[in-house]
Design a protein around this ligand. Structure first.
Ligand code: DUC
Ligand code: ZN
Ligand code: ZN
Length: 468
């Protein structure tokens, strides 16, 4: 692959921004500094660009069966959208099948990714069937480089749903095994009851998706999961925090000194309940869980990102076509498959709505999209850092780029984009994975199948988990 020297750019890391050249040899960064001599390296003039560590999205659902159908993006189209968004590594959810093992989930997902992934990847295993043999198996995940599992407190009546005793035992087992537990925190029992009552009243439209999953239902489950982790003495990560009351639970845990990591997602900043209430059945395009909230939640979420109660920003990319998939719920909102595409828009949305509006610094942007993800999920500094020895995963970010999102210029395989007509100011110009160009100026350059599995190992990183 040889040597590449990026000159004239501004290096932007989680710690700070400075003028420096970056030298790559084969797959690694070998030097970062002023006036580097490339020794015959190919020179790339990146004046005017911000040189950032490749973004990491630890929350994607590619080729996943869910809600009676399968997500629209597989690992080929999904990772094309990933690369076009400036992201060089994802961690996807491998679902344990009913009656299946955790190793089986990993094997199935390894096959899905093989020959298709354009970027590097890891897996979390979503535990859906905690039998005794699965309890015995759980600790073996760490040795496979799978340092995280997920439990769903929502989706009662489906195989995903877990009761508290299973969540608690997974926390205990994972703590001893060096595995981090991720939780989808919404009270599944209360949602099921509210849904049943709504349907009995004839309330079938998409907006009832949100009205049957109010913020308190998320806050209650968030607080409960955090307290169970406290009893187990285990760290925990709350995914897709959508509202102020749930964030308050996290904040309180941090004030107690508990190790609680937390993620939020672009859809909670770009959209709101009013999108779910769009005319006709259009609101189905905005059905995800937790649901879109009232805009009054946003100042708290921005503050959470700023002060570190929320450390990471993931997409929860879970794409379904409007035609034939979202339409499954035309007569009953509970049958609309839950999820939005967003892996391509994640960084541009955070830049446009956060950095350009003065709510976050460019360094906080890199922390939430890359460095904190690598630290928390156990692949730092191989990933998430621009330092000698790190993988040469690099985004050349153009702060002046203007992009208008429309379904025609998206790189995934979905028949709509919730971001239709939205203008982004700033975006990725070029994206490199281990020194290979995978995306440039709107075009995918990489090779499907060139992405590699990344082994991770988890150790709770004190100081990152909480605002101090
Ligand atoms: N929420 C979604 O919107 N989709 C996939 C799973 C989830 O928890
Ligand atoms: Zn979830
Ligand atoms: Zn998800």
């Amino acid at each position: 692959m040889g040597r590449l020297l990026f000159t004239g750019g501004t290096v932007v890391t989680a710690e700070g921004s400075y003028q420096a050249d970056v030298l790559i040899k084969d797959e690694k960064i070998v030097a970062v500094g002023k006036d580097l001599s490339g020794d015959g390296a190919e020179t790339v003039d990146v004046s005017g660009k911000l040189v950032m560590p490749g973004f990491i999205d630890a929350h994607t659902h590619m080729d996943m069966p869910f809600g009676g159908t399968v997500t629209a993006d597989d690992w080929a189209t999904g990772t094309a959208a990933v690369a076009a968004g400036g992201t060089t590594m994802i961690i996807d959810f491998a679902l344990q099948e009913e009656g299946g093992t955790l190793a089986g989930a990993v094997e199935t997902w390894t096959e899905k990714a093989r020959d298709k992934a354009l970027i590097d990847y890891g897996f979390h295993v979503a535990i859906t069937d905690l039998r005794d043999d699965v309890k015995t198996e759980l600790p073996s995940l760490a040795a496979k480089g799978i340092a995280s599992v997920k439990i769903f407190m929502a989706y009662k009546g489906t195989p995903l749903y877990s009761e508290d005793d299973d969540l608690f035992e997974v926390l205990q087992l994972s703590k001893d095994a060096g595995v981090l537990v991720l939780v989808h925190a919404e009270n599944g029992d209360v949602i099921a009851k509210l849904q049943e009552q709504a349907l009995a009243r004839g309330d079938i439209a998409p907006r009832f998706h949100a009205l049957t999953r109010p913020p308190q239902v998320e806050a209650e489950a968030t607080g409960r999961a955090i307290r169970l982790a406290e009893v187990a003495g285990a760290p925990i990560l709350i995914v897709h925090v959508s509202c102020a009351p749930a964030l308050e639970e996290i904040h309180r845990a941090h004030e107690r000194g508990q190790t609680v990591y937390a993620e939020t997602c672009p859809q909670y900043f770009a959209f709101s309940y009013s999108d779910l209430a769009r005319e006709g059945f259009q609101g189905a395009k905005y059905v995800c869980s937790p649901p879109l909230r009232d805009e009054s939640n946003r100042p708290a979420l921005w503050n959470g990102l700023k002060v570190g109660d929320l450390q990471i920003f993931g997409s929860d990319h879970c794409s379904f076509n409007y035609e034939g998939q979202k339409e499954l719920g035309k007569e009953d909102f509970t049958l609309i498959p839950n999820g939005l595409p967003g892996v391509e828009e994640r960084a541009m949305a955070l830049w446009t709505l956060g950095v350009r509006k003065g709510r976050l610094s460019e360094n906080q942007f890199v922390a939430a999209l890359s460095t904190n993800q690598a630290r928390i999920y156990g692949m730092y500094p191989k990933k998430g850092a621009l330092v000698p020895g790190a993988d040469a995963d690099i985004v050349l970010w153009d702060p002046e780029l203007s992009v208008m999102a429309t379904v025609e210029n998206r790189h995934g395989n979905v028949d709509y984009t919730p971001y239709e007509g939205m203008a982004f100011d700033g975006g990725p110009a070029s994206v490199y994975v281990r020194g290979r160009l995978v995306y440039r100026d709107g075009e995918i350059m990489g090779e499907h199948g060139s992405g590699r599995f990344v082994e991770r190992s988890f150790t709770a990183t004190r100081g990152l988990e909480a605002r101090v």
